[in-house]
Design a protein around this ligand. Structure first.
Ligand code: GLN
Length: 488
């Protein structure tokens, strides 16, 4: 078998029966990274690769010293999950030299299950962005068309998965940062329910929204990774104490009677025709399968982006206050006094988008504006959640686009923050409400002579990822979109 052209589950099984060794598989991925990720024409999905450590871990698997449901499979990690080896930078100058003293729970669970961590992936600085252009280091390229963005903020993880530079990768989703890049890179990407996967060791952007999740080739692979990473963690006070359903990885089981919800608020005329067509075809797939298609209303959808950009920036301004050059992060060498040291360290360490968010968030929380902006945003957030609760009374999952269009060109939206923010119009509400969402490969569109992936999204109620995955699997089993590769 070719260990870099297979699903995570197949690779895991091949390693278990010694059809391929974990060391061979790891070397094969390292070779692909070497060939495709670096240099002028490289994808730049990775910020750091742990070649020696990965091979040592793989050899330990081959000797039978490391076992578990992920024994020997090479996985890439977004560079905001702490590891007590290598660097954890958040793609920021602020943390360029940061070595975390401990490993995030989500990563530790992967390692305890036998995974081989290949490296850390590039991202938008502090997870703020939709294109990875906000990385302080380099812009990741979309493997389908290297003139285009992979999406963001987990763009490095999405590109690495799409180009088979890992068997699976891990990202985080605060407003869409797993599902949007998954759609733009043609892979499966899932945000579980808020609180499902521990945030311990995840460098915070917006704590009431951040959630860890996987990128994979298939729904079954996503389920396997969720089974490993989910669960209550006493080290994270927001971690949900809800049992992980034991059937979560049995995605091929019949989902029973399905009611698929369609919300007109997500079917705007301004969607790219390729997106509208992919959603329509997905509706047909479920109809053919015998699902009941029901209309649902999500009347507060249009307030999602404004509410998100108040709540997320408010929380970010608070979370990022600790990077002052004394407690944490880059310290200037030009300070005249303490206040000057704070100011210069932050001015030098943060990029433009992070500064913009800190200013927006500080403003929304400031006295006199708190009630008008932050408090009001929290109230509307509740209305958005109520919309979803009412919709899930009528349906088991909501089917909608993940993004309004396929991947845009590098630089195309870089000077237009509002247009960039609109990338998340179909993803942020799920974060505000806290429920689960998954983006699936939904087909391709030909743009400028190149094939580009288009995603379809399924949103499900909180804490029922099992059912959502089975419903997602129905679509995957009826289509071959997930088998298309970018040809890297
Ligand atoms: N693109 C959104 C933002 O810039 C979402 C980011 C995320 O989910 N981390 O905030």
């Amino acid at each position: 078998m070719n260990p870099t052209d297979t699903t995570l589950t197949e690779l895991r099984d091949a390693i278990a029966v010694k059809a391929v060794s974990a060391a061979e598989a790891t070397r094969a991925y390292l070779d692909r990274i070497q060939a495709h990720d670096n240099g002028d024409a490289g994808l730049h999905a990775y910020h750091e690769v742990f070649a020696d450590r990965a091979i040592q871990r793989a050899e330990a698997v081959d000797r039978g010293e490391v076992t578990g449901p992920l024994a020997g499979v090479p996985i890439a990690i977004k560079d905001l999950l702490c590891t007590d080896y290598g660097y954890t930078t958040c793609s920021s100058k602020m943390l360029e030299n940061f070595r975390a003293p401990y490993t995030a729970t989500a990563v530790k669970k992967l390692e305890d299950a036998g995974a081989v961590i290949l490296g850390k992936t590039n991202m938008d600085e502090f997870a703020m962005g939709s294109s990875t252009e906000n990385s302080a280091f380099v812009t990741t390229r979309n493997p389908w068309d290297t003139d285009r963005v992979p999406g963001g903020s987990s763009g490095g993880s999405a590109a690495a998965m799409s180009a088979d530079l890992c068997a699976a990768s891990i990202g985080t989703d605060t407003g869409g940062s797993i599902r949007q890049p998954a759609a733009l890179c043609g892979v499966v990407g899932m945000k579980p329910t808020y609180g499902r996967i521990s945030r311990y060791g995840l460098i915070a952007f917006a704590s009431s929204l951040d959630q860890v999740g996987p990128f994979t080739r298939t729904v079954a692979d996503t389920a396997l990774l969720l089974k490993v990473m989910m669960g209550h963690d006493p080290l994270d006070s927001t971690s949900a104490n809800v049992e992980v359903p034991e059937d979560i990885d049995r995605v091929d089981e019949a989902p029973g009677n399905m009611r698929i919800g369609i919300a007109k608020e997500y079917l705007s005329d301004s969607n790219d025709p390729s997106v509208a067509a992919a959603t329509q075809k997905a509706i047909e797939v479920y109809k053919d399968f015998g699902a009941e298609i029901v209309e649902v209303d999500l009347p507060h959808t249009e307030y999602g982006i404004p509410v998100y950009y108040i709540v997320a920036t408010a929380e970010a301004s608070s979370n990022l206050a600790r990077y002052d050059g004394v407690h944490y992060g880059h310290r200037t060498d030009k300070a005249a006094d303490l206040i000057d040291l704070y100011c210069r360290s932050r001015a030098e360490g943060f990029g433009d988008e992070v500064k913009r968010r800190i200013m927006l968030g500080t403003y929304a929380l400031s006295s006199g504006y708190y009630d008008a902006y932050y408090n009001r945003a929290l109230k509307v957030r509740r209305l958005i959640k109520n919309d979803f609760d009412a919709a899930f009374e009528k349906c088991d999952a909501i089917l909608c686009p993940t993004t309004t269009a396929p991947a845009f060109k590098i630089g195309e939206l870089a000077d237009d923050p509002l247009a960039m923010y609109m990338n998340d119009v179909y993803t942020v509400n799920c974060n505000l409400a806290g429920n689960a969402g998954i983006s699936l490969p939904g087909g391709t569109a030909t743009v400028d002579g190149k094939e580009l992936p288009v995603g379809v999204q399924l949103l499900g109620p909180s804490f029922d990822e099992s059912r959502l995955l089975k419903i997602a699997r129905v679509f995957e089993a009826a289509t071959d979109h997930h088998t298309r590769r970018p040809g890297v």
